[in-house]
Design a protein around this ligand. Structure first.
Ligand SMILES: [Zn+2]
Length: 74
């Protein structure tokens, strides 16, 4: 199975939609657990990373391009 890449601030699409009708979530905290916020109703939930990866369908929008060179300051 494909490894999902996501990061803080990303808008992701979940497999199951939220009761409010939206299935877009924003990642607002990363760690052992992931805190996501519903784009539709602003409700936030904390879920274990494994569960998040299983329930997440795809990343819709990413705030930062992945693997960007962090910029070496001279
Ligand atoms: Zn919602």
């Amino acid at each position: 199975m494909e490894r999902k890449i996501f990061q803080l601030g990303d808008i992701v699409q979940m497999k199951k939609q939220h009761p409010c009708g939206s299935n877009e979530m924003e990642i607002i905290r990363m760690g052992m657990d992931i805190r996501i916020k519903c784009v539709g109703c602003q409700h936030s939930v904390l879920i274990p990373r494994v569960k998040f990866e299983k329930n997440m369908k795809k990343v819709l929008r990413s705030t930062l391009p992945p693997e960007t060179s962090l910029g070496t300051l001279d």
